[in-house]
Design a protein around this ligand. Structure first.
Ligand code: ZN
Ligand code: ZN
Length: 233
C-alpha cells in the first residue's frame, strides 16, 4: 500500500524526463513543493515510484541529507527538511558571509577558462528559465554561485556553500513569494565586476544580489506542513 504522498511522486516522475537522475528529480520535487516540508520520504515507496533500486534512492537521500534539504531521523527515516524562521535567517547570513569571502578571492583573479565557465552557467540558467523549467532554473542559478566559489579556488568554501545554496533554495520554496530565483541579469553584472577587479564594487554587488533572496521571503508566512506527523524537534 503506497502512502498518501505517492500521487505527488508519480506526478513528479511524469513531469520530468527519464534521463534526470534521482537526486535532481527528488530535489526538484522538494523545491517545487510537490513534496512539502516535513513529508516522510519512504525508501521503498520511492524506489517503486521511480522504478530504481533502494540503494539508488538511499544514495540520493544521503546526498540531500548532506545538503540538509532532507533530515534523517534515527529509526524513523528521511523527511523533507523544514527550517524555521530563525534557522532560515541564519542560513542566509552564513551564505552572505561565505559569498563575500568568495568574491574577495575571485575579484580580478579569474582566468579566461573560469570566466567562460561562469558565462556558460548563466546561459544554461537562461535556457531553463526560457523553457519555464523553474526547478532547473533555480538549481542552475545556485550552481552559478558554486562555480564561482570553485573559480575562487577555496575548496572548503565550495563545500560549505553547496549546502547553504541548497538550503537557500528550500527556504525560498518555503517562504519566498514571486520569482523564486536569483535576479538573473545580476549574474552577468557580477562577472563583469569580477573581471574589472574592484573589490568594493564586487562586494557591494554580491551583497545587493543576495539581498534579493532575503527580501523575496515572507517570514511571517505559515509554512504548510506535510501530510505526515511533524517530527522535527
Ligand atoms: Zn545568484
Ligand atoms: Zn538587484
Amino acid at each position: 500500500m503506497l502512502p498518501k504522498n505517492t500521487k505527488t511522486l508519480v506526478e513528479s516522475v511524469k513531469e520530468k524526463g527519464p534521463n534526470l537522475d534521482i537526486y535532481r528529480r527528488l530535489f526538484d520535487s522538494i523545491l517545487e513543493q510537490r513534496l512539502a516540508p516535513n513529508t516522510k520520504l519512504n525508501e521503498q515507496d520511492l524506489a517503486q515510484v521511480f522504478g530504481v533500486s533502494r540503494t539508488l534512492i538511499r544514495q540520493s537521500l544521503q546526498r540531500l541529507a548532506a545538503e540538509q534539504v532532507v533530515v534523517m531521523h534515527k529509526n524513523r527515516g528521511a523527511y523533507v527538511a523544514a527550517p524555521d524562521v530563525v534557522l532560515a535567517k541564519q542560513i542566509l547570513d552564513a551564505r552572505e558571509l561565505i559569498e563575500l569571502a568568495v568574491v574577495e578571492l575571485a575579484c580580478g583573479a579569474l582566468g579566461e577558462t573560469e570566466i567562460e565557465a561562469l558565462r556558460m552557467m548563466v546561459a544554461l540558467e537562461e535556457q531553463a528559465f526560457a523553457q519555464g523549467d523553474m526547478g532547473t532554473a533555480l538549481r542552475r542559478s545556485g550552481e552559478f554561485h558554486v562555480r564561482l566559489a570553485q573559480a575562487a579556488g577555496n575548496q572548503p568554501y565550495v563545500n560549505i556553500l553547496r549546502g547553504l545554496i541548497s538550503q537557500t533554495s528550500l527556504i525560498i520554496a518555503m517562504y519566498g513569494q514571486g520569482e523564486i530565483q536569483c535576479a538573473r541579469d545580476e549574474h552577468n553584472d557580477l562577472i563583469k565586476a569580477l573581471i574589472a577587479g574592484d573589490k568594493t564594487v564586487c562586494a557591494e554587488l554580491m551583497r545587493h544580489h543576495l539581498g534579493h533572496l532575503r527580501t523575496s521571503c515572507d517570514f511571517n508566512r505559515r509554512v504548510k506542513s506535510g501530510s505526515l506527523a511533524m517530527v522535527l524537534s
